[in-house]
Design a protein around this ligand. Structure first.
Ligand code: FES
Length: 147
């Protein structure tokens, strides 16, 4: 293979990797966003759950991850249905490590505890549920009561 062929093949390979990466990001079921706090409530726009990449029919992300600089840990907010959401602090109840969100399973990279979408322990060593928050809703926002 000569130099020009090598450069051409490497260029196509790089474009392929970039293209696959872009497609994977656009298909991601989750979204992370920074949200504001007002009157001790996190304010989450309902539009954050809309999956605008799918134009054929309206679809929704099953969950989003929200952050605010005043919070030591992010929250995951699951959309159970149009009127039912669950907000959980992504802090392991074992030794307070930040949890990873793997779809419907929340996993702790420290010692392997796992939790479901309601914050219940699926696998230890954690033995307590995750902290959850009450949520109110209007036509445009969720209001997650922090205390
Ligand atoms: S801190 Fe999460 S399992 Fe230990």
């Amino acid at each position: 293979m000569d130099r020009n062929q090598f450069i051409k093949q490497c260029g196509f390979a790089c474009l392929g990797v970039i293209g696959v990466s872009a497609i994977a990001q656009s298909c991601s079921p989750s979204r992370q966003l920074n949200v504001s706090i007002d009157d001790n409530k996190l304010i989450v726009p309902l539009s954050a759950f809309e999956n605008k990449k799918k134009l054929a029919d309206q679809s929704y992300r099953p969950y989003i991850i929200v952050r605010n600089e005043q919070l030591n840990y992010p929250l995951v907010v699951y959309r159970n249905n149009e009127n039912d959401y669950t907000a959980l602090l992504l802090r392991c109840s074992h030794q307070y490590n930040e949890l990873n969100v793997n779809g419907e399973l929340l996993t702790c990279p420290a010692h392997g505890s796992e939790f479901d979408t309601k914050g219940n322990v699926v696998n230890g060593p954690a033995s307590e549920k995750l902290r959850s928050f009450s949520i109110t809703k209007d036509n445009q926002h969720l209001y997650i009561q922090l205390a």
